[in-house]
Ligand binder design. Structure first.
Ligand SMILES: Cc1ncc(COP(=O)(O)O)c(C=O)c1O
Length: 373
């Protein structure tokens, strides 16, 4: 059975974790500092990186550090992992959902402009599945309206946008290193940014609000939580970061093979390849109703052919939490269609070409009357 994702953990990662476990220092320490520095070098642009215990913590801390809170609105795509919106609520602000493009699944900049109000404080674009969002119109809007631009790059480590790595632009950009991501620290996340004031607040917020003076004296000038990454995780991350370019190159090859071999069928919407895509996921939409089927039956038929699938993601505004904030069916048709029709196909670096062919053959089987690619 081919799963839709599988982390690539090998002897080097096991060894790195074992060394930290034997070292006597398990919490945040030298490995976290080393991974922060290695990520700064990898991302480039002179940004600094601060590690967190999850991508969610990285986003939450960034919103708090940026001073976003009650009375503020933050623009969020209607289709993403629910953490993208939950962190806004957690900061005490209001997530304002905006329609996504049906193919890229990223924020539609025209819809963003239409959703701005005097209360809008920040734009929170997501680089869905590693496909870089088109940032120029969002940068322009942020500049004109004095808005913060906080990127949810949870799925986009190694993606490129505007001729540089995602994260290198200087505004706060948040990554996740959850096991499904292109590199993992088991659980973990990071913020990349170039603003020294924000970085200082991020350091406090991730660890109890504590600040140490030059004389080593401890003060707590503001609230902070417990969001630091342990060294065991950072040690695994250092090995994974060293392998990331290889992982992403293989992901791109596998995606290209999918795009070359998947059948063309009116009920099947394929993703597009674009420069800078790191192919975190290969997500298609299937018009199950047009095939006289539904998603569970289609997934079961794929499973019978040895193909596992995932669902990324239901439209967020239809969750009961967000319906209580006034949203409902019909608000964002593209996001709703993606939520109802999406399937994530297997894509991970250890997959073989034959694995891709197995999936493509299964689709050819299940989409009769389709054209060859
Ligand atoms: C778009 C997006 N944002 C935020 C997160 C949260 O990251 P984490 O799971 O590391 O907390 C994820 C994780 O799946 C994600 O996909």
């Amino acid at each position: 059975m081919l799963p839709f994702t599988r982390p690539s953990i090998g002897e080097q990662e096991r060894q790195a974790a074992a060394e930290v476990l034997a070292s006597g220092w398990l919490a945040t320490g030298p490995k976290v500092a080393a991974l922060e520095q290695a990520l700064e070098e990898y991302i480039g642009g002179g940004v600094q990186v601060r590690l967190f215990n999850s991508g969610t913590s990285a986003l939450e801390a960034t919103l708090l550090a940026a001073g976003i809170g009650p009375g503020d609105e933050v623009i969020v795509p209607a289709m993403s992992f629910v953490a993208s919106a939950n962190v806004v609520l957690r900061a005490g602000a209001r997530p304002v959902f905006v329609e996504v493009d049906p193919v890229s699944r990223n924020l539609d900049p025209v819809a963003v402009e239409a959703a701005l109000t005097p209360r809008t404080r920040a734009l929170l674009p997501v680089h869905f599945a590693g496909r870089p969002a088109v940032m120029e119109p969002l940068r322009r809007l942020a500049g004109e309206r004095d808005l913060l631009l906080i990127e949810d790059a949870a799925q986009a480590i190694g993606s490129e946008e505007g001729g540089r790595r995602v994260g290198a632009a200087g505004n706060p950009v948040c990554f996740s290193f959850h096991p499904n991501k292109n590199m993992t620290t088991i659980e973990g996340g990071a913020v990349a940014c170039a603003d020294p004031r924000l970085l200082r607040r991020l350091e406090r917020i991730r660890f109890h609000g504590i600040e140490k003076g030059a004389d080593g004296a401890m003060d707590v000038p503001e609230w902070g939580g417990k969001m630091n990454l342990p060294d065991v995780n950072a040690a695994i991350g250092l090995v994974q970061l060293g392998r990331l370019e290889g992982f992403n190159a293989r992901r791109r090859e596998l995606a290209a093979r999918y795009l070359a071999r998947m059948p063309r069928h009116p009920a099947l919407l394929l993703p597009e390849d674009v420069p800078g895509h790191s192919w975190h996921m290969f997500c298609v939409c299937v018009d199950f109703a047009a095939l006289g089927s539904d998603r569970p039956a289609f997934q079961a038929a794929l499973q019978q052919r040895g193909v596992g699938t995932g669902i990324h993601y239901p439209a967020m505004h239809l969750f009961s939490l967000y319906r209580r904030h006034g949203y409902g069916p019909g608000d964002f048709p593209n996001a709703e269609r993606i939520g109802a029709q999406t399937l994530t196909l297997p894509l991970f670096p250890a997959m073989t070409d034959a694995d891709v062919d197995l999936v493509c053959d299964a689709f050819a089987d299940l989409l009769p009357g389709g054209d060859a690619p």
